[in-house]
Structures are given as C-alpha cells and as structure tokens.
Ligand binder design. Structure first.
Ligand code: LLP
Length: 386
C-alpha cells in the first residue's frame, strides 16, 4: 500500500496538521485481532500514550481493544472514548492520590504497581472507599532491548518497576493487605523493538519468575508483557502493517502460560505509528553554504522525535513531481535541534509545497508542545475528507 494523500483536499487546512489514514488504522487493527485471536487468552490493550486523539481512540475502541493508561488524564480520555472501565489497566511510577482515586471510582481492571509505597497508598485509598483494588506488580526484568537508550525501560538501572529480588516480599505484603487483590505481573522492556530475540529474552525471564512463584503455589491470573513492537520508519509504504503474526507467535512459542492465565499486551506504536503523517508547508527554500534548506512551518513543537531521540522519519514532498534535490528540512523554532532531516532527497521543492513527515502517528501529536507560543497541531482523519 502506498501512502496516498488527498492533497487537493488539504489546501484549505491550516498547516502543520496531522493526517491519519483511517483505512490503514482499521486494517492494522483487523490484523492485530486476527493474529492475537489465533491464541486462546491473548488480550490486547492500546497504549493511549502513543496517541490520544479522540478520533483515533474511537476507532480503536470500536475494535474492542482495552486501554493502557499512565495518568488520570489518560483514564479520562479512555472513558470519554467509551473504553469499558473493566478493560483499563493503569501503570506509572508516580500515581498521585487523585489519580488512584479516579481509578478506584471507575473500578478499573488493574493498577500496575511499581513500588511498595504506592501499594500502601492504593490499599489505604481503597479502604477509605470500601473497595478492593486489583493490582499487578510491574517487575523490572533487567532485560535490555536493542533500541534507543531513552526508550529502553526494562534494565535494573531504569526507574521503572519493582526489582526481581523484591518480588516475593512485595507479593507477601499484598497478600496481607485487605484492600488490594494481587492478580498479576506486568513487564515492559522498551519501545521500537524489532528484534524478536528481545521478546524471547523477556519470555525466558518471565518463565523463570513464574517457576519461582509456582514453587510457592502461586499462579497469577494475568501476565502483562507491555508493548514495544517497532515499526519500519525507513519504509512506511513497504511495511505499513507491522508483523503481528510473528510477534504474537513469538510469545505463544516462548511463554509458558498456565491454562488459567491470560496474556496481556499493551501496544502503542505498532498500532498507530504508520497511519499518521505530519503535513507541513514549505515557507522558504534558502540557499546555505554548500547546502539548501527547506524551511517548513512545522517544527519540533509539532513532532519532537527527531530532536529528542535523533529519530528518523521519512520525508516526502507530496506537491512536487520534479527531479529530486538535496535539502536539510528544518522547522521555524529557535533551536538548532529543530531539524527533521539533514541531506534529504526531496522532489525539487519550492515555497508552499506540502511536505509529509511519515510514520508520525505514534508519539507525534500527543507529544506536541506550545513552545514559542505556537498553537498545537490539529489532527484529521481521512474519513473526514471523503
Ligand atoms: N506499556 C508501557 C508500560 C509503556 O511504558 C509503553 C511505552 C507502552 C506500553 C507502549 O509501548 P509501544 O508499544 O508504543 O512501544 N516517546 C517515545 C516512546 C516512549 C514509550 C514509552 N512507553 C518515542 O517517541 O519513541
């Protein structure tokens, strides 16, 4: 499938904006459902942090996925989009009392607990409401992922989760508490992972921990392996839908699930990444020393990934059919890191051409900021243009 843009419909829309291909999103979700559905008791949640645009959430909710939230704001966004509260899981190292109370009020499916003090607060707050909170422990599996250092989360040095050596103690503690029910274990090793070996390493670690628990006659109902499946940023047209078949098969093959256990996933990027592009307009083409700049009206405030993680996003001039030339594509923000790409071949570019920055559906719109007093970019779904 080729990235098609209804460019004639774009002319009345203020740039920069996000454009989401609703058909690709639906196809992606169908593939997720088909591939996860091959295995008994695989349950997929969407990680709201990747993109909380209500139009996107609506389509995902229609497809029956649960919601993985990391803040009270995300819980509210999920509820507003119609996700049933019994399909909401809530993680985060720093849940505030207000956020925990919100989760309790909605009777969410599960709190993924990351520390003993948090467990104590959840128990107290649940007691005050006369409720019993379901909790899973986020265990830091000390498994590295072959991805950018800023988005690897499962190493002992990272701030996330409870260490493996503390697991038994924390479970004992929970079992003594009256207002929490220990229902599962949660893991997440990082994001943009393309090497299935990383997920195999996580499975092996979980199998070890499960065996340890099994020796104590403990079988948890729920194992949550987080998200992390990556996408092909270099070739968004070649592989618009990630290889979910291989991903779920890897877990099926390597995870030793007990018959009564459900395996949960929290996928963000792989679901929404390829359906979104940032559409931005060329303001000026400027000749530099031995190079030329395409200066566009979108910047790091609209899509921060290149500036923050040196992330690669494919850039295309969708207005021009002319012979390619080489440009540095830069935004208007007063920061030298406000660069989308250096030495990029684009069809010969002129003022007012539209540029698509591809694979921006995940961690794009949601990470936008108002720096330089800029307005936040809007997001449009392809369905709105037919
Ligand atoms: N579950 C947990 C506990 C997480 O921390 C994350 C992402 C996910 C699920 C979803 O992971 P995904 O399937 O999207 O890889 N802003 C960064 C990515 C940060 C990811 C944070 N955690 C980026 O733009 O690359």
């Amino acid at each position: 499938m080729k990235g098609h843009f209804p460019i004639n419909k774009f002319k009345d829309i203020a740039t920069p904006f996000y454009y989401y291909d609703g058909d690709l999103l639906r196809e992606t979700l169908n593939t997720v459902k088909k591939e996860a559905g091959k295995y008994d008791k695989f349950c997929v949640h969407y990680a709201i942090k990747a993109n909380a645009n209500p139009k996107i959430l609506n389509i995902i909710r229609e497809n029956g996925l649960g919601a993985d939230c990391v803040s009270g704001g995300e819980i509210k966004a999920a509820i507003k989009a119609g996700f049933p509260s019994n399909k909401i899981v809530y993680a985060g190292v720093g849940k505030t009392d207000d956020e925990i109370n919100l989760g309790l009020d909605y009777d969410i499916f599960c709190f993924n607990v990351e520390s003993v003090p948090e467990l104590e607060v959840i128990n107290e707050l649940a007691q005050a409401k006369g409720k019993i909170a379901r909790v899973a422990f986020r265990i830091n599996p000390d498994v590295g992922a072959h991805t950018h250092a800023n988005i690897t989360t499962g190493l002992a040095e990272n701030k996330f989760g409870i260490s493996m050596q503390d697991m038994d103690r924390v479970i004992d503690l929970a079992q003594e508490m009256k207002n929490v029910k220990f229902v599962g274990l949660h893991f997440h090793i990082g994001s943009q992972i393309l090497d299935m070996g990383d997920f195999v390493a996580l499975c092996n670690r979980i199998n070890e921990l499960q065996q340890k628990l099994f020796n104590r006659q403990i079988i948890v109902e729920h194992i949550n392996v987080g998200g992390g499946l990556g996408i092909d940023y270099a070739h968004p047209n070649r592989q618009p839908i990630p290889d979910f078949a291989q991903y779920f098969a890897t877990y099926h093959k390597h995870m030793k699930l007990r018959p009564q256990q459900t395996l949960h996933f929290e996928l963000g990027r792989s679901i929404v990444g390829q359906c979104g592009s940032l559409i931005t307009k060329v303001i000026y083409v400027k000749q530099g020393v031995n190079k030329q700049f395409a200066i566009v009206d979108g910047g790091m405030t609209d899509l921060i990934r290149p500036a923050l993680y040196q992330a690669y996003h494919k850039i295309e001039n969708i207005s021009s059919e002319e012979t390619p030339e080489t440009y540095d594509v830069v935004g208007p923000i007063c920061e030298s890191s406000d660069v989308f790409g250096k030495a990029i071949d684009l069809n010969k570019t002129k003022r007012n051409d539209l540029i698509a920055i591809r694979s921006a559906g995940a961690y794009g719109e949601i990470m936008a900021s108002g720096y330089n007093c800029r307005p936040l970019p809007k997001g449009y779904l392809s369905d709105e243009f037919v």
